[in-house]
Design a protein. Structure first.
Length: 497
């Protein structure tokens, strides 16, 4: 019977695509499963579970124990076997062994919906891909070789020019499609062109076609994932007070660059080719760009003179919408307020809170931050490397696999009291907003929470000139103390020379 030979060939090859993960091979299904070891190995890979078995069975009783262990494993995953037992595998009953492997293919590869028909579901999928061929079965409708070529091209376009490439020879056309799928898509050749054309077997063809459905699903996921992280230039935006009216000379301001994809959603990663240039009336301004690794970039700058500024923001050397931006900076009469003392913090990997560096390390980081924006350097302790461009600390003494342990770092200028002995920094963006409001001399209220947050936190100046953070309006009599500058200090002004 030709179908038995075709089916055995296809099912053996399917098993071997699984077993190759352990460098194992089945040559003959009717004899190679005799001792139960290869069947156990196959099921361990498919179920991701360890099956206790005899690794060196010598007598039939030990072999039967291995088969019984496999049957228990099959039952545990929901495969109900009828009219086959461990002794059938031991004796090499070809048809029953083929039936066993088919049940495994149905469960682990076809994954038909509960109560559904694998044949019907696969046919519906095929016709959604190649409707012009009106495929009604998994035997005669595939004999011309053209349907398999059309399916290969539908799942991964650009491999053939159909119908021009057809040879109008069933074997040659089947061979063309099968080889394209193997070479370009990595789909194993579990069926031969001659068998497809002259001895089509429904179960063998279903098994082969299921690879294409699986590939289409995985390929679609890969494409969707790539689209999620791929910037769509026309959707990217730039916003923030640093682009708006009301900025004063000598006072740090900021804006945010948000990289979005074609779905108009923020991409979930950083590392994009961002370019920012800020030009004042007479000079180009120094700026700091922080990659937040979530599709947003935070840019700060301090306009040292009043007048008209031009801010250019580029992605891959192309202006983001709205760029260049034109901002008028107000002139400030008299001396501006002294700046708050900054302090650097690292994110503790255990309790997930900000911990302050010692004064020496903090001052060392700050000095490099001012002189060499974006620099990478090693602290004087010789252990910690600081990456200012990515705001990371690298512990050169702790290596995990191929990389070193890293922690986020942050520069704080405004702080809130967590407990009696702990002061935590506000995020850079919120600190800039607080400082800007302070420098204006009309401090009222500054929100320090993410847009849309359930708990609204804000900082307000009290009548005595101190600051407190409140969670909601009814907390007006409580709140947490807030300090401008580390532990309330400010940088002394340089005296005029």
């Amino acid at each position: 019977m030709a179908w038995v030979a075709v089916q055995q060939k296809a099912f053996t090859r399917w098993c071997n695509t699984i077993l190759e993960k352990r460098n194992l091979t089945i040559n003959d299904l009717t004899t190679d499963l005799n001792d139960g070891i290869l069947l156990v190995q196959l099921l361990e890979i498919l179920t991701s579970k360890t099956i206790k078995h005899n690794r060196k069975p010598r007598i039939d009783v030990q072999k039967m124990e291995n088969h019984s262990a496999s049957f228990i494993a099959l039952n545990e995953v929901g495969i109900k076997l009828v009219n086959i037992g461990p002794d059938d595998i031991l004796q090499g009953n070809q048809k029953l062994i083929l039936g066993l492997v088919w049940q495994m293919i149905l469960h682990f590869k076809m994954q038909a919906k509960e109560g559904g028909s694998a044949n019907k579901e696969l046919l519906e999928w095929v016709n959604s891909k190649i409707p012009a061929y009106n495929i009604k079965n998994f035997d005669k409708d595939w004999q011309s070789g053209k349907a398999i070529c059309a399916l290969v091209e539908a799942v991964l376009p650009g491999q053939m020019k159909l119908p021009a490439d057809f040879k109008n020879d069933p074997v040659k056309d089947a061979e063309m499609g099968i080889l394209k799928a193997k070479n370009n898509m990595g789909i194993p050749q579990i069926i031969d062109p001659d068998d497809l054309a002259h001895n089509p077997d429904q179960l063998a063809i279903m098994t082969y076609v299921s690879y294409f459905k699986e590939y289409a699903h995985q390929y679609g996921l890969r494409v969707d994932q790539q689209r999620e992280i791929t910037p769509f230039h026309d959707n990217c935006i730039v916003y923030g007070p640093g682009l708006e009216a009301g900025n004063d000379q000598g006072i740090e301001t900021y804006f945010t660059i948000e990289i979005r994809n074609e779905f108009n959603r923020k991409v979930p990663s950083g590392g994009h080719n961002i370019g920012v240039r800020i030009t004042g009336p007479h000079t180009q301004n120094t700026l700091q760009t922080f990659d937040k690794k979530d599709g947003t970039y935070y840019v700060t700058y301090t306009p040292e003179e009043d007048g008209n500024y031009v801010i250019e923001v580029n992605l891959d050397h192309k202006h983001i919408q709205g760029s260049p931006f034109h901002v008028k900076i107000n002139k400030v009469e008299g001396e501006k307020d002294t700046l708050p003392v900054p302090h650097w913090f690292f994110m503790d990997l255990v309790d997930k809170t900000w911990k302050p560096y010692g004064i020496t390390a903090s001052n060392e980081i700050e000095e490099n931050f001012i002189k060499y924006p974006g620099a990478v350097f090693t602290l004087s302790d010789g252990v910690f490397k600081i990456d200012l461009g990515n705001m990371k600390e690298v512990n050169t003494k702790k290596k995990h696999l191929l990389s070193y342990e890293t922690r986020d770092i942050i520069r704080g200028t405004w702080f809130w009291q967590f407990d009696q002995n702990t002061w935590l920094p506000y995020d850079t963006e919120w600190a800039a907003a607080l400082e800007k409001e302070f420098q204006k001399g009309t401090f009222s209220r500054v929100d320090v929470c993410k847009p849309g947050a359930k708990k609204i936190r804000y900082v307000a100046m009290l009548a005595d000139g101190t600051f407190k953070q409140f969670r909601q309006a009814k907390d007006a009599g409580e709140g947490r103390p807030v300090l401008r500058g580390y532990k309330g200090q400010v940088i002394e002004k340089e005296k005029d020379k």
